[in-house]
Design a protein around this ligand. Structure first.
Ligand SMILES: Cc1cc2nc3c(=O)[nH]c(=O)nc-3n(C[C@H](O)[C@H](O)[C@H](O)COP(=O)(O)O)c2cc1C
Length: 327
């Protein structure tokens, strides 16, 4: 028992589901510690991708995503929670303390939790059927519920600027010591417990994509032959750019992706143009009007017509992610 009315078994089941959260390069850079009535979330510095993510932004965003996944998984198990973010200044890796209490769940909570196991990062071209305006409103509300703003990038000049920012960041990163090694280590695998598997990366690379995707090791995923990418492009932003804002943005990203999955939409996240200060400034000034700090780019849209569902990417077992209570 971690509190009288909350069983450890339910908590471990919720952690198992939470760990389906998206993370940069599927690095799963999180650790948990269970205490009396509380789950502590830590970032795992051993899984920090220092060449891709020199400022550890993606690391914190990924931990924000798993934190939101955890609260969704807990509530579906009728466990309520109060989240204390960055609870200990002396310990920067300690990102959250999640206080547990008995709770109740509604049908909406259960639907959101069910979306966790269905969600995938889909890097294929999306179908170009129109999306009802209500969808964007719902996704915007999901982000706002976590303290972030979601902006649709519809103007062709802004889309071109975003695409150029990604291209520029890709060239910069290709010549960054360690970056090609990280891509090689963290993608293209066929049997690893982490990383981006070849089965989840399109073979045809960036053909007819509305935004260029990160260049991974070779992919196995076959795309339909023709058709433009019908993805709606969204930028998630926050008013500040400190670690708390990055953690909140990760939570908001999770909320948007789960809401999109609930609507039957495919989605994927792009962080490449925001990993480099120059292109991050370009996106802030050229796409967000200089008023918001961009945290992530999100593509949503209808899944490619007739395409097979994507396989789930692997995860490390929760037993490997638990820090001893004495630490
Ligand atoms: C902070 C963050 C940054 C990410 N950046 C990218 C990216 O630049 N390009 C990409 O294709 N996927 C990106 N992803 C998606 C991850 O690669 C994906 O979540 C991971 O491989 C696990 O796969 P899944 O989402 O299908 O479970 C990112 C995810 C997160 C949370």
């Amino acid at each position: 028992m971690i509190v009288e009315t909350v069983s450890e078994k339910s908590v471990l089941a919720a952690l198992d589901l939470a760990c389906c959260a998206p993370s940069v390069h599927n690095s799963q850079p999180w650790l948990w510690r269970l205490g009396p009535g509380v789950i502590h979330l830590y970032s795992d510095p051993r899984r920090w991708l220092t060449a891709t993510d020199p400022d550890a932004r993606d690391l914190v965003l990924s931990c924000g995503a798993v934190l939101h996944h955890l609260t969704v998984a807990l509530v579906a198990t009728e466990i309520g929670s109060v989240v204390h973010r960055l609870p200990n200044r002396a310990e920067p890796d300690h990102l959250a303390a999640v206080e547990l209490m008995p709770g109740t769940s509604t049908a909406t909570d259960l639907e959101l939790a069910a979306a966790i196991s269905r969600r995938r990062t889909d890097r294929r071209r999306f179908a170009d059927w129109p999306q009802p305006a209500g969808h964007l409103d719902l996704l915007t509300r999901a982000a706002a519920g976590q303290g972030a703003l979601l902006r649709a990038v519809t103007e062709p000049t802004q889309r071109r600027l975003l695409a150029a920012a990604i291209d520029y960041a890709a060239v910069e990163q290709d010549s960054t010591p360690g970056y090609p090694t990280e891509i090689g280590l963290w993608s293209g695998g066929r049997a690893a417990a982490c990383g981006v598997p070849a089965a989840n990366v399109p073979r045809s690379g960036n053909d007819a994509m509305v935004l260029p995707m990160r260049r991974w090791a070779d992919g196995d995923l076959v795309q339909r032959r023709s058709g433009e990418d019908g993805a709606t492009i969204l930028v998630l932003g926050t008013s500040s750019d400190d670690r708390l804002s990055q953690l909140r943005a990760g939570e908001a990203c999770s909320a948007v992706l789960l809401a999109a999955t609930g609507l039957g939409l495919a989605s994927s996240v792009l962080s490449q143009p925001l990993e480099i200060p120059a292109t991050r400034r370009l996106v802030r000034d050229g796409v967000l009007g200089g008023t918001l700090c961009p945290q992530l780019v999100i593509r949503v849209g209808w899944p490619p017509a007739g395409a097979p569902p994507l396989p789930a990417t692997p995860r490390r077992p929760v037993s490997e992610l638990l820090r001893p209570t004495s630490e």
